[in-house]
Ligand binder design. Structure first.
Ligand SMILES: C[S@@+](CC[C@H](N)C(=O)[O-])C[C@H]1O[C@@H](n2cnc3c(N)ncnc32)[C@H](O)[C@@H]1O
Length: 232
């Protein structure tokens, strides 16, 4: 079955059972099957924390916040967070996660990353977007990136990068475990940079865990946030 953004990304997580299963994948304390997800999630949190530490900030928009993977990261930095996602089911689990760690400087909002008109120009100091771009077609990705650059001065955005090694490994995994193969919205590093450059200056880029994940995280400075703020 071919990948379809509406079905496989936007609507897919709008289900309580899927949301709980997604959370268990990386939050369950033990188990071999989800070990790679746990390792990747740990690397993601560490990477985002170290990149956030380089961006002087008090406020952040975490979109998609999912089930609150970054709750402890924001708590460690004392960030005031808006945790947004198109799925109320995912946010319900995120709310429980923030409550579990006892961090209250957070507001939850159902929002679509393709239309952030509910937020003002430069409303945040930083936007964090983890694990969405690889499930979004390029044209819509550019719309989302423009929105991130409008609502914040800086952004931290992960892309799913495809090289030959990743392609082979993904095909082998799909053959063994099943699931979607060959059709998520991965792109080359050059394509990711070309998509980012109209709206952002690329400050840095970091692989999360190249042997087991295709995720590369970009630290970005908006080219448009200050223009929007001046015009307002
Ligand atoms: C793979 S999960 C990643 C969640 C979280 N960032 C993490 O790393 O655990 C993808 C998330 O994107 C959300 N999503 C899909 N389309 C979206 C959109 N257009 N705007 C906001 N969130 C979206 C889904 O509901 C889901 O929570």
């Amino acid at each position: 079955m071919n990948f379809d953004y509406e079905r496989d990304t936007r609507k897919f997580y709008q289900d309580d059972t899927i949301a709980q299963r997604y959370h268990r994948m990386f939050a369950a304390p033990s188990g071999w099957r989800n070990l790679p997800s746990r390792l990747v999630a740990r690397r993601e949190r560490r990477t985002i924390e170290s990149l956030l530490a380089r961006v002087p900030h008090r406020t952040a928009l975490d979109i998609p916040a999912g089930t609150g993977k970054l709750a402890e990261t924001f708590a460690a930095l004392g960030t005031r967070v808006v945790a947004a996602d198109v799925s109320a089911s995912m946010l319900k689990v995120a709310e429980a996660e923030y409550a579990r760690i006892g961090y209250g400087r957070v507001a939850f909002r159902v929002e679509d990353a393709g239309d952030l008109s509910g937020f003002g120009d430069g409303e945040f100091e930083v936007v964090v977007c983890l694990r969405l771009m690889h499930r979004v077609p390029a044209a819509l990705r550019r719309k989302m990136l423009d929105e991130f650059a409008r609502v914040a001065r800086c952004a931290i955005v992960s892309f799913g990068i495809e090289n030959r090694f990743h392609k082979l490994r993904r095909a082998a995994r799909a053959a063994v475990f099943g699931g979607l193969h060959g059709s998520l919205c991965f792109c080359s590093k050059q394509q990711a940079c070309a998509e980012l450059e109209p709206a952002f200056e690329i400050v840095d880029r970091v692989w999360i865990a190249p042997a087991i994940s295709q995720e590369m995280v970009f630290l970005l400075k908006s080219k448009t946030a200050s223009v929007h703020a001046e015009a307002a």
